[in-house]
Write a protein that binds this ligand. Structure first.
Ligand SMILES: O=C1C[C@@](O)(C(=O)O)C[C@@H](O)[C@@H]1O
Length: 256
């Protein structure tokens, strides 16, 4: 079984289900709010934390960001995923332009304060390759991600996105879609089932919204390596509180 050291996610082995890890997003707008969020998680089963830095007010203060990232890891001892989600893919509107986002990622990678970074596949190939190279030197995992907040593209398109992530050199591929029907949820799960058996890296997938909730609980059965669960707030539609997710996964893992 491959283990990416940074985020410690598992690649699926043959036909076996994956015991997915649980990641909780931190969305505080300042240090105090972030501290409140992670303190509330102390007694919860959380494998990873994601800092959604697009919610952070002082997003130009790189030294502060690195200092907080170090504090999060020191205090929680969980691998930390660093994400600046774009507005086009469900993130907050921020004043940073593309180059500034790349500079922020470069500084965070250089600090080695995080264990993984999320880069969207919409980012230019040049920037992506550059950041992957930097991250590799620091043994930081790179998730290459694609989110569609309005619909579920056809299976073939989703498979192409996953292949694109693999071909660009991702350590982990991720797709999130918005289902308009239960059939769309099945499409997402079917793609997950097929691709997680075929690609050499862990795959994370989810269908968002109420229709998609089942994918956040049962995605591991189909090969998804990680599920996002809400702590103080949900960072995407359909996220379920971490204690509920943990309960369901415990039942599945115990019996499978
Ligand atoms: O990409 C993802 C997945 C997500 O959008 C979800 O649907 O749970 C939540 C985001 O915080 C994270 O960056």
């Amino acid at each position: 079984m491959n283990m990416s050291m940074g985020l410690q996610l598992h690649t699926r082995k043959g036909d076996e289900a994956v015991h997915p890890k649980i990641c909780v997003p931190l969305m505080g707008k300042n240090r105090e709010a972030l501290q409140d969020e992670w303190k509330q998680l102390r007694k919860k089963t959380v494998d990873l934390l994601e800092w959604r830095v697009d919610y952070f007010e002082k997003n130009r203060d790189v030294d502060l960001i690195i200092d907080i990232a170090e504090e999060i890891h020191r205090e929680t001892t969980r691998p930390l995923l660093f994400t600046k989600r774009s507005e086009a893919e469900g993130g907050q509107a921020v004043s940073l332009n593309e180059d500034e986002v790349v500079q922020l990622y470069e500084a965070v990678i250089a600090s080695a304060a995080v264990h993984g970074i999320d880069i969207e596949l919409r980012q230019s190939e040049k920037n992506t390759q550059h950041l992957i190279e930097q991250a590799r030197n620091q043994e930081i995992d790179v998730i290459l991600s694609h989110h569609n907040f309005t619909e579920t593209p056809p299976a073939q398109r989703l498979e192409e996105k996953i292949r694109e992530a693999v071909d660009l050199g991702a350590d982990v591929a991720k797709i999130a879609v918005m289902p308009q029907s239960k059939t769309d949820v099945l499409t997402l799960l079917q793609v997950t089932e097929k691709m997680s058996r075929t690609i050499p890296i862990p795959l994370i997938s989810m269908a968002m919204g109420v229709n998609g909730m089942i994918s956040r609980l049962a995605g591991g059965v189909f090969g998804s390596a990680l599920t996002f669960a809400s702590g103080a707030q949900a960072s995407a539609p359909g996220q379920i509180p971490v204690a509920d997710v943990e309960q369901v996964l415990r039942i599945l893992n115990r019996n499978m």
